[in-house]
Design a protein around this ligand. Structure first.
Ligand SMILES: [Zn+2]
Length: 134
C-alpha cells in the first residue's frame, strides 16, 4: 500500500484474528469418545484424551439434522510489544514472530478453539475444518 513498515507497525497496538465456528445444538447434544486415530490427527495425545467426554449433536428438527445451531467466535490476539514490533520491522519469519508471541502469552486460534471443544460448545470435527493443527 506504499506505507512505510515502521510507521505502520508503530500505529498498531495488537493484531486480532477471528473465525466463526458452529455451536453444538443444545437439543440433540450427546457425549462421545474419539478413537486414538481421530485424536492423533487433531494433535491431541490419545493417552490424555481417550477417556475425555467430547460432545456432538445427533441432529434433530431444531437444527435441521445438522447437529449445530448458532455460531461463536474463536480468536487469537498478538499484542505488539516493542520486541515484536522490531521483529516485524526487521521482516523476521512468521514462525519466529509466532514463537516470540507465544513466549509473551499470546493465545493461538487453535488453543481458543480447543477451549470451546473441551467446554462442550463446539466439536473437534468443526474446529479441524477452521483451524490448523500445529
Ligand atoms: Zn439438534
Amino acid at each position: 500500500m506504499g506505507v512505510d513498515p515502521y510507521n505502520f507497525v508503530s500505529a498498531l497496538n495488537c493484531i486480532l484474528a477471528q473465525r466463526l465456528v458452529r455451536m453444538i445444538c443444545a437439543n440433540c447434544k450427546k457425549p462421545v469418545h474419539y478413537a486414538d486415530q481421530m485424536l492423533t490427527e487433531s494433535g491431541l495425545k490419545p493417552e490424555q484424551y481417550r477417556d475425555f467426554i467430547f460432545y456432538e449433536g445427533e441432529g434433530c428438527l431444531d437444527c435441521n439434522g445438522t447437529g449445530y445451531r448458532g455460531r461463536t467466535a474463536i480468536q487469537e490476539l498478538l499484542d505488539l510489544s516493542d520486541h515484536i514490533r522490531e521483529m516485524i520491522i526487521e521482516r523476521r519469519p512468521t514462525s519466529e514472530i509466532k514463537r516470540a508471541g507465544h513466549d509473551e502469552g499470546m493465545t493461538f486460534l487453535r488453543d481458543s478453539a480447543l477451549e470451546k471443544v473441551f467446554g462442550g460448545i463446539t466439536t473437534l470435527k468443526e474446529i479441524n475444518k477452521v483451524t490448523f493443527i500445529e
